[in-house]
Design a protein around this ligand. Sequence first.
Ligand code: IMP
Ligand code: MG
Length: 182
Amino acid sequence: METELHEDCEKLLFSAEEIASGTRSVAALLDEAYRGTTPVAVCVLKGAVFFFCDLLRAMRTPAEIEFLRASSYRRGATSGTLYVDDALSFEPRGRDILLVEDIVDSGKTLRSLKASLLERGAKSVKTVTLLDKPSARKVSFEVDYKVFDVGAGFVVGYGMDYAEKYRNLPYIALLKPAIYGG
Ligand code: IMP
Ligand code: MG
């Protein structure tokens, strides 16, 4: 099916079909990794919400689901202070935790969330992201599982926003630099 691109987008990066098929492949790897266990899958809100729902439904592992909020972007396109609401609604102690993220950019969000969960006694913490932008790292961090790599440029859609817009686009696209002043 031909995807009609939003006028603020420069280029389609991944279609809904490509996202769905990539997500199924990663779900199969996670099923292998978590065989015989009941992990807690944690959605890093808001950006990971659609990926989280699709990934978890593609997995056969009997996972529990939880949510936490983190954001490092404040109405802008550059990574700033990290805001993490770490008032968890679940007990991480002794649990195998899978952090589900939309995109790893500077690496600060997942690095800090992972450290904090381990500090609180999690048995293991693995990370999975829909997109990885390795060229943007500011702290050293390697994600355990990823669906796609992306290059430079600001991406939106399938949960990812710019100033809270574009989250519900069904595909992932590069935003026109003129929109974010890049
Ligand atoms: P990090 O802490 O810099 O790795 O930032 C990760 C968070 O920043 C992600 O969870 C996204 O919500 C947001 N982010 C980073 N790059 C982009 C992008 O290109 N588009 C939309 N959101 C982004
Ligand atoms: Mg995110």
